[in-house]
Design a protein around this ligand. Sequence first.
Ligand code: ATP
Length: 198
Amino acid sequence: MSQARRIGLFGGAFDPPHQAHVALARAGLAQLQLDELRIIPTGQAWHKSRSLSPAADRLAMVKLAFADLAGVLIDERELNRRGDSYTIDTVLALRAEQAQAEFFLLMGADQWAAFTGWHRWQELAALVHLCVARRPDLADAPEAGTLEVTWLDLPPMPVSATGIRGQVAAAPAGGSWADLVPPAVARYISDHRLYAQP
Ligand code: ATP
């Protein structure tokens, strides 16, 4: 019998996608021996109060950021969904499409710390393997109850999209922020004058 296909899921606002996102994806693909990793840019996420950059810009940057990673596939379904968008809906849809697959949900420690606040989190936890990357300020985040989690083998990286947006606003023409994102993403940010306002 053939082995179940191992599918990783990595969602985020990706506003913008940065080096830690790419490192996390690379680590997940290798460590979890994924057959495919779906990058899933969120619509207007229910748990983020800030309004996001246009979907078209975030999608374009995600395509540029992950272009070199074999096995990555960009899944646009959440961008196309109207109304509230929840990870459980995405996972249920994917399971309906690929009933035999095993799913691995990748996230950073900030999301993990908030996981028990996610919509239908118990149901979600029963459907996926939870795989978490440490973040510097959250290295000791409490684990959500008795849920099993796989820690990704990745040193904590002090990079956040919030920090990058702030740095771009302070120096739109270019600055040390350009090293925190893949080069093509840095060019896209400059060319499209993203994040000029803090
Ligand atoms: P923001 O600062 O706007 O909240 P972010 O940098 O956390 O953004 P998101 O697009 O919200 O980026 O994150 C997508 C996923 O990547 C989330 O699971 C998040 O925890 C994870 N992630 C982001 N940055 C890091 C990092 N430095 N280390 C590990 N995981 C990260």
